[in-house]
Design a binder for this molecule. Sequence first.
Ligand SMILES: [Cu+2]
Length: 161
Amino acid sequence: MVVKSRTGTFALVAALLVACAGPSGVDELKVSNVWARPTPAQSDVAAVYMSIVSPVADELVEVSTDRAESTSLHVTSGAKVDDGAGHENHGAAGTESTMEAVDLVLEPNSRVDLVPGGRHLMLEGLVEPLVEGDTFELILTFLEAGEVRLVVEVATNDPNG
Ligand SMILES: [Cu+2]
């Protein structure tokens, strides 16, 4: 029957496309455009942004840095509040935005962007303020890819944007 054979052909083509991921695919987990905005002197939190793509389903399980006491993954929802120093205000009096802890789950070959106003990695208990031009190390641990060491660039605006 014609319909059935056509369906079979499409299924085969789809399977071949998945097998050769092509130029957009990656052969290992890649993290790019890792940056954070400078923080005001009185602030002890900072948001870190980046793009992540993985060849396989994966999940972020741990984040560590010696620049902060703790880290978590947040999503910003509601009105964005800029504290004038260029990063979103987190939990301070008068803020309209709310922070929600979320999981970072990666689908195969599907890029996840952590961007201002959206998902971001939150550093809490900053050891010292982040200063423009500064860099620091951040270690992400993924379920499948394991440990990934990153260098975070402190910049007022997205370095690649
Ligand atoms: Cu946050």
